[in-house]
Design a protein around this ligand. Sequence first.
Ligand SMILES: [Fe+2]
Ligand SMILES: [Fe+2]
Length: 187
Amino acid sequence: MQTTDITEDMIFECFAAACQHSDSDRTAESFVDVEEYENQIMYPEFARWAEKAGHHDLATLFRRVAGEEKLHAVWLRKLYADMGVPSRGEDTQRAIDALKTIQANCDALIGLNPDGVVEKALSVAVRVEEREALSIYPKFRDQALAEGNHAAAEVYQKVVDSEAMHAEWFKAALASFQRNSQAAAPA
Ligand SMILES: [Fe+2]
Ligand SMILES: [Fe+2]
């Protein structure tokens, strides 16, 4: 099979962004939809790539973050007890399709250049976590505050702090990954 390179942007496309709606119940639904997608599909896929590339420590990190994305959804679901299965967001569906598109190629590439794919996955994880911590979820918190929904605002703030921590974990993992690959490179 012919393999084409996988760019960082192609991997970035596999992430979904939660969408703010004027109706805050729909904002909450989009939040849960995206967090559960990260928990069930995206980060487990990154963990699978890392495992396949022989980086068990990174696979563990991706699984740990996946578990926390699940928690984020659980925290908010407690305030929206009757949410049920959130409707699939347009952006989440787009991300699922993007992932399917690169998946077979990605598997082949990991066989050829395992570290390249894993390094890009880490860079994308930093970008995604920063986007959530600095841009998307602060807006959700402010929407809840403006409506006087302090319980929801508190959850979103807790999520902002947690996503900021995920960004730091991935940055540290990327830096150490790059140091190790430089050390291993032939002089
Ligand atoms: Fe999250
Ligand atoms: Fe996160």
